[in-house]
Design a protein around this ligand. Structure first.
Ligand SMILES: *Cc1c(COP(=O)(O)O)cnc(C)c1O
Length: 405
């Protein structure tokens, strides 16, 4: 074989090289010692010792065992086991984003001709998926007030209501829902109860309260460093797992090993971060409540938060994200000016990282609610790991600036 540059490499040379490249430095059987952390496992093809082993894949797909890369890998399975343990469920499926966890779970439990109930306070993109995508497949959605009592909620139910979705507390407006009552109503009507439990991770045990399917944006506290986008769906029941897992297989849903590994790493310190962030957030919420510029603080641990009694009854703790509403005489532009000039609070979406964030929420509040919610300028705070005193002073300077506008 002659190369362009005239150099010769005979067939023996090529074949020796290609065999070497293919078969050297491959995984070894485990030795006695192990690292504290598992590796990032990457892969598409899984090799089996025999054809019989290859053909036994069907059952393995439901048991978090290696069959093919798109069905998961060891890094993903480790994360799935940890999320299921945190949520108190049996099985979790990791997918590429928190939003995908919401949309895929809805897709798994709904079919054409079904009716879906979404709370009016739901995360905006989940609302959009119902209106833009599910509607194209013949699934009708009704929006119910998150704090609807039993009789009012019953009036939204139809014979074909297959899923009641809850998000507690609600994005931006922080209503805590009466999950126990909603679960009973759902099950009496043969519907599944799906919960977006992103805010309540570790503080709300969904399956103890009758939830069938629990959804997590792992992007938030679990990964914890604003460098990963990932989601999880957890179930406690075997038949629900079959339904969910089938949908993941049919759709080809999988996640990046690197993102799973980063999330596992983040989770090791999540309890510490949550403890600190939740304490600073609560202290700031109490302080903000005392300020004359503020009409309401929507923090589930404060009695004035809508649904506070359900938080008290059902939750072990609060996270570090809450809403603030300014007095009605504060204009939107004055608020924007205040937010632009905060020193420690970045302006941006998402939450659960180590750094503090602020997000104006007034637009989404008026968009979601038909009535009954004040139209004041409002924002949401995500409290990071900075010191209480520095964050308080930053907010104080901001609130003082409202007076001069
Ligand atoms: C952030 C968030 C999501 C979406 O998560 P991504 O990973 O950003 O797609 C879903 N639900 C709630 C309540 C969220 O806060």
């Amino acid at each position: 074989m002659t190369q362009k540059n005239g150099k010769k490499l005979d067939n023996t040379g090529w074949s020796r090289l290609s065999t070497l490249l293919t078969h050297s430095a491959r995984p070894k059987p485990p030795s006695e010692g192990v690292f504290v952390n598992g590796p990032v496992t990457r892969g598409s093809t899984v090799l089996f010792p025999t054809v019989k082993d290859l053909n036994s894949n069907d059952e393995k797909r439901y048991n978090h065992e290696l069959t093919y890369g798109a069905m998961g890998n060891d890094t993903q399975f480790s994360l799935e086991a940890l999320i299921a343990a945190i949520e108190g469920g049996q099985h979790a499926q990791i997918v590429g984003s928190g939003l995908l966890a919401c949309t895929f779970a809805l897709q798994a439990f709904l079919k054409s001709g079904d009716h879906l109930l979404l709370p009016d306070s739901v995360y905006g993109p989940t609302r959009r998926f119902a209106l833009k995508t599910l509607s194209r497949f013949g699934i009708e959605t009704s929006f119910y007030p998150p704090l609807a009592g039993e009789e009012e909620l019953k009036s939204f139910l139809k014979p074909n209501s297959a899923v009641i979705f809850v998000e507690s507390p609600g994005s931006h407006t922080f209503e805590v829902q009466d999950i126990k009552m909603i679960a009973r109503l759902a099950h009496e009507n043969g519907a599944k109860l799906l919960l977006d439990n992103s805010w309540g991770i570790g503080a709300f045990q969904p399956f103890e309260h009758g939830v069938d399917v629990s959804i997590q944006a792992l992007t938030k506290y679990p990964s914890g460093h604003s460098d990963v986008v990932l989601g999880a769906v957890t179930v406690a029941d075997k038949a629900d797992w079959k339904c969910l897992r089938d949908e993941a297989i049919y759709m080809g849903l999988c996640a990046s090993s690197d993102d799973c590994w980063l999330t596992l790493r983040g989770l090791r310190t999540m309890a510490l971060r949550l403890e600190k962030q939740s304490e600073t957030a609560y202290d700031l919420a109490v302080w903000l409540k005392s300020r004359p510029e503020i009409s309401m603080v929507r923090h589930p641990a404060l009695p004035e938060c809508p649904g506070h009694e359900f938080w008290k009854r059902d939750f072990h703790g609060a996270s570090g994200v809450f809403g603030v509403e300014l007095q009605s005489d504060v204009s939107l532009s004055a608020m924007e000016n205040m937010l632009n000039n905060l020193h420690y609070f970045g302006i941006g979406a998402s939450w659960g990282g180590y750094e503090s964030l602020v997000l104006p929420t007034q637009g989404s509040i008026t968009r979601c609610y038909k009535s009954g919610v004040p139209q004041n300028a409002a924002f949401r705070l995500q409290i990071g790991l900075e010191s209480y005193e520095e964050l308080r002073q930053d907010l104080e300077r901001g609130l003082e600036s409202l007076k001069t506008k």
